[in-house]
Design a protein around this ligand. Sequence first.
Ligand SMILES: NC(=O)c1ccc[n+]([C@@H]2O[C@H](COP(=O)([O-])OP(=O)(O)OC[C@H]3O[C@@H](n4cnc5c(N)ncnc54)[C@H](OP(=O)(O)O)[C@@H]3O)[C@@H](O)[C@H]2O)c1
Length: 309
Amino acid sequence: MNGLFRLTLVLILTALTATGAYAEESGVKPDARPEFDLEHGTVLLNSGYTMPINGLGTYSLHGDECVNSVKAALECGVRLIDTASAYGNEQEVGQAIREAIAEGTVQREDVFVITKIYPGSEMANPEESIQACLDRLDLGYVDMMLLHHPDPNDVSAYHAMEQFVRDGKIHSLGLSNWYVEELTEFLSQVEIMPALVQNEIHPYYQENDVIPFIQNHDIVVQGWYPLGGRGHTTELLGDATINEIAQAHGVSAAQVILRWNLQKGVVVIPGSSNPDHIRENAQLYHFSLTDDEMARINALDRGEKHDWY
Ligand SMILES: NC(=O)c1ccc[n+]([C@@H]2O[C@H](COP(=O)([O-])OP(=O)(O)OC[C@H]3O[C@@H](n4cnc5c(N)ncnc54)[C@H](OP(=O)(O)O)[C@@H]3O)[C@@H](O)[C@H]2O)c1
């Protein structure tokens, strides 16, 4: 999609929300779920940009391990990288992408980078914090910026991000750890519709009430801790149902869980520092789960959150 078309779409969406037309419709857009293109592994966001639907999460990756993991991901075709100011690794993520560009692995526009600003002092001084993310990443622009958590200053911080979108420094906006109540209150106060909400989602914590609510607003859902989260993966990856399904398809338990997410319309960003895992986690498009297999995994939900937010 060319730049002019994207800009036009952003302006139309901005105008719609500013006039209240979008806000009036919020919550009552049946079947507005953003469609995943499972052939190309992408989704068209409400901002007009196309985003990959599988990526690499970088929480807990630092230094050379982070640089090497991001480069390994880019080398095996992963084009979505999730970082955050709070992870303390934006510099390494930026360095890895710049090196991959210099080595001819990717071009800047092929890679979709998400970062986040944190509650407290960052959201109290949003212009400074947003610019600091841009400076640390040093990639010219950021594809998407999220508010990491709700905060007393979240609306004004979001307004600051909106201005960076108008200035062309950020392409799309989103939220993280926002649920039905928070979203309902938030959406009427902003001009640019969030394109994405990133929340904890895995077979033991499925958010089956929250996901359709978000998707019906034409907002893409992205799951964090898709494999249960570092330190919590053993039980989930060893789950008997998931392993039975994995065996039937000749894939790993991790691939089954990630594919289940994609078929529910949830973008996945598994974290890994192991190049073999990174490659495996990107091979999600050569098999599909049957309705029965989806139902069996859906039945594993036990509302078991692996982190507090
Ligand atoms: N917005 C938020 O508040 C929030 C909160 C938490 C996380 N996140 C994001 O979500 C991303 C994912 O979360 P996460 O990294 O903490 O947890 P995760 O993706 O659920 O699990 C990561 C763990 O799984 C292992 N693993 C990865 N692929 C594997 C495979 N194919 N087979 C076996 N083990 C595998 C990793 O070990 P190896 O390194 O050995 O592969 C690591 O221990 C984060 O990196 C971050 O970007 C966002």
